[in-house]
Design a protein around this ligand. Structure first.
Ligand code: ZN
Ligand code: ZN
Length: 718
């Protein structure tokens, strides 16, 4: 059982790029750090770790350009990040630091892969990869921009390659159902559900073509079928027609089909889906039969149907579906509108089935800077995992690690590394040369933080029991879909094999906002509007930068950098320290001071709990104004310093102040109640205001109520 006093606060670990900590990092980490410090002061046993998600393309590309080793570049970058984090006074538990590129760490990333393989959840299959015909390299999805190679701008095509696939679809239902156990904010839950895209429907057979439809009841109005260009039936058709003896070539539109299928290979799913404004397609020349009314249904091929959704074939009902209607209109196909079937009738034509948008996960990358996939290919035994005792399979340090022009990983050129012994039969065998995707290391890092140097298990189960699930996970919107999904999947899998105590890794997930440049535009080098945290810290000090970042606006909103506001925060902090240091300390308490201070404790405790940092700081500023005229006791000064400590990163104060509720309860505030600005009565309870002035309101309509907290309530009437 998790110790109730243990609180695990997690913030997404960065990719240590050469450009150092950017302002978005600083915003996110400061927000998390304020929360961690606040919770520590409240007496929680807080774990607040940090690490490095350091494999991947940016480092590899940078290293290639600079002709250096990615290992060295990574070390330099992490050192720089760490230094910057320390300058910003982040209270990370550095004893728990992890780096995904450490063999000590990726031993267990590889171990997870072996377990997936053993459970039948990882297998090899031919899949298309993005291929740049000009650079002659396989490209990761993130290197393809608008279907063009990010490096050279050439049109990207697909090339088939045998790749490792991880069967995440096996967990599709659990990844939806498991959300019930979490307290994720609604938009995060929704992005998970949408990505998985579960839809209930039926499989209906039209001869040898099977379609998936969510509306089997519309079968009577279905007038044609549309197949994805990569549908097996289409491939078979092309194959059968390319045999000269076959006479079907006369019947079907062979050349046009072949041309169409070829051209659609160049398009990404994205272009075929959301971007597909103008419908294209080709008629095969063949027809199927509608099992309900025995009408002939022309069979078309179009790339708006994706090969990997449902069965890769749909029945079109142009009278009831907008997309089908567009297609029918463009190609002059029949539109009929018959009465829909009842649920019972529909079930006799098709078998109930569930379809998902979620695809299995392509786990191979033909790049150097990643975890080697710990598999060996033996001519006798097939694919065999590397034995646990031989993990990690260490990524060999190379002088040359640029992508090869065959599309194979650069590791394929390291003959003495590739050639190995089969773990099963001891015969000659070859290592897998593909590496893992960047996600692999970030799927489970939160678990390794608990036990970063354990060499005999992924994480001591007692430690996992004491800390999991993560109480609060703070990160960016951009990771609410894939990172969260992949990491939840891996964790659910680890739960199934008995190495973690809970089925979900994160209890709560919140996402932070975005900081724009002073010109209200996204920061970018080309726009010249980049704010560098380092420079700001050097200029104003970490206290000011931290406090300003948290004052900019609500933690989850989009805000523009504003130096004027920053200067306002700086003035406040200056006034605050001179008030603490220079104002006369009184030896007797003052009722007004007591009230202001206790209210501040109450408000800040509530605001910080829900990440309302900007309002918390505004209240501090207001309180300082109110206190400026008063003499206060040393213990009240200490309270004020403790309240500001999480924001400025002050380690001196160990306890979060507690409200003296007696002071707040004893006090009676009477609030003037006015009508159109003229005070008519005073009340102690705002809810009674209208009643108190009812005789002056008689016959008038209240147009507006203006309430200035604890100062005045005013009714504007006609
Ligand atoms: Zn290229
Ligand atoms: Zn073997």
């Amino acid at each position: 059982m998790k110790d109730k006093n243990n609180l695990y606060i997690l913030v997404e670990f960065p990719y240590p790029s050469g450009s150092g900590l950017h302002i978005g990092h600083a915003f996110n980490y400061t927000g998390a750090d304020v929360y961690a410090r606040f919770k520590r002061m409240q007496g929680f046993n807080v774990l607040f770790p940090m690490g490095w998600d350091a494999f991947g393309l940016p480092t590899e590309n940078y290293a290639i350009k600079m002709k250096r080793k990615p290992q060295e570049v990574t070390q330099e970058n992490t050192e720089m990040f760490k230094k910057q984090m320390k300058e910003l006074k982040y209270s990370f538990d550095w004893d728990h630091e992890v780096n995904t590129t450490d063999p000590e760490y990726y031993k267990w990333t590889q171990w997870i892969f072996v377990k997936l393989f053993e459970k039948g959840l990882a297998f090899k299959q031919e899949m298309p990869i993005n291929w740049c015909p000009s650079c002659k390299i396989g490209l990761a999805n993130e290197e393809v921009v608008a279907n063009k190679c990010e490096r050279c701008g050439a049109q990207v095509s697909r090339k088939k390659k045998s790749q490792w696939i991880v069967k995440i679809t096996e967990y599709a239902d659990r990844l939806i159902d498991g959300l019930k156990e979490t307290d994720f904010i609604e938009k995060v839950k929704q992005s998970q559900i949408n990505w998985i895209g579960r839809s209930e429907g039926a499989l209906i057979k039209f001869g040898d073509i099977e379609v998936f439809t969510t509306r089997p009841d519309t079968l009577p109005s279905a007038t044609f079928l549309v197949l994805a260009p990569e549908h097996l039936w289409v491939s078979n058709l092309i194959l059968s027609c390319s045999r000269p003896s076959d006479d079907c070539a006369r019947k079907i539109n062979f050349e046009a089909i072949k041309k169409y299928v070829e051209s659609s290979k160049k398009k990404s799913d994205f272009e075929r889906g959301e971007l597909n404004k103008e419908k294209t397609g080709v008629f095969t020349g063949l027809c199927a039969i509608n099992p309900y009314n025995k009408r002939k249904m022309p069979i078309w091929i179009s790339d708006f149907v994706l090969g990997n959704y449902g069965t890769g074939a749909i029945m079109s009902v142009p009278s009831q579906d907008e997309r089908d209607k567009e297609f029918a209109e463009k190609f002059g196909l029949e539109v009929i509108n018959e009465e829909n079937l009842t649920k019972e009738e529909a079930s006799t034509y098709g078998q109930a089935s569930t379809s998902y948008h979620l695809r299995d996960w392509i786990f191979s990358r033909q790049h150097y800077w990643g975890e080697p996939i710990p598999m060996v290919n033996c001519p006798k035994c097939g694919w065999v995992p590397v034995s646990e005792k031989d993990l990690p399979v260490v990524l060999p340090e190379l002088d040359f690690y640029e992508p090869t022009d065959t599309g194979e990983s650069p590791l394929s050129t390291v003959t003495d590394w590739v050639e190995t012994i089969c773990p099963k039969c001891g015969g000659e065998a070859k290592r897998e040369t593909d590496t893992m995707p960047n996600w692999a290391g970030s799927d489970w890092y939160y678990l390794r933080y608990l036990d970063p140097h354990n060499n005999s298990s992924i994480c001591d189960i007692n430690k996992a029991e004491a800390w999991m699930p993560v109480d609060m996970y703070i990160g960016g919107d951009e990771h609410n879909t894939l990172h969260l999904l992949y990491s939840r999947f891996i964790y659910q899998f680890l739960y199934d094999i008995g190495v973690v105590p809970t089925s979900e890794p994160y209890q709560k997930r919140i996402s932070h906002g975005v900081i724009l440049g002073p010109d209200n535009q996204r920061m970018s080098k080309t726009r010249g509007n980049v704010i560098v945290p380092d420079e700001m810290v050097a200029k104003y000090g970490a206290d000011v930068v931290r406090m300003y970042l948290m004052f900019m606006g609500p933690f989850d909103s989009t805000m523009a950098w504003n130096e004027k506001t920053l200067m306002g925060v700086k003035r406040f902090l200056d006034r605050f320290s001179s008030y603490i240091e220079q104002s006369k300390t009184s030896s007797v308490s003052n009722k007004n001071v007591d009230i202001v201070v206790n209210n501040l404790i109450k408000d800040l405790t509530a605001d910080i709990e829900v990440f309302k940092y900007n309002t918390a700081i505004a209240k501090m500023m207001k309180a300082l104004n109110e206190l400026a005229k008063e003499h206060i006791t040393q213990d009240k000064k200490d309270i004020l310093c403790a309240l500001i400590a999480p924001f400025v990163g002050d380690d001196k104060y160990k306890e979060w102040p507690i409200v003296d509720s007696k002071i707040l309860n004893d006090r009676v505030v009477s609030i003037p109640v006015a009508i159109n600005g003229k005070v008519r009565a005073k009340v102690e309870n705002v809810d009674l205001a209208e009643e108190a002035v009812s005789k002056w309101l008689d016959g008038k309509k209240i147009l507006k109520r203006v309430y200035v907290a604890e100062k005045m309530i005013n009714f504007v009437t006609n």
